[in-house]
Design a protein around this ligand. Structure first.
Ligand code: SF4
Length: 62
């Protein structure tokens, strides 16, 4: 995604199992590696994580 990934848009590097296809590859954007998973952000399920991300996107929208 040469122009960046807009909020709410699925990354083209995400595979059908929701795994990053370029994890560990030097072309993986630096920001991806700088955001380590945490219990606060990820919660205990995908649903919790998506709720948190939605809230973050709302709070940081221009
Ligand atoms: S870690 Fe980065 S490159 Fe990989 S799927 Fe997520 S947003 Fe895309």
């Amino acid at each position: 995604m040469p122009d960046g990934k807009p909020a709410g848009v699925r990354c083209i590097q995400l595979d059908d199992d929701l795994r990053c296809k370029i994890f560990g590859h030097p072309d993986r954007p630096e920001v991806c590696g700088s955001l380590p998973p945490s219990e606060d952000m990820c919660g205990e399920s995908r649903e919790q994580a998506m709720r948190w991300l939605g809230w973050m996107e709302e709070q940081t929208a221009p």
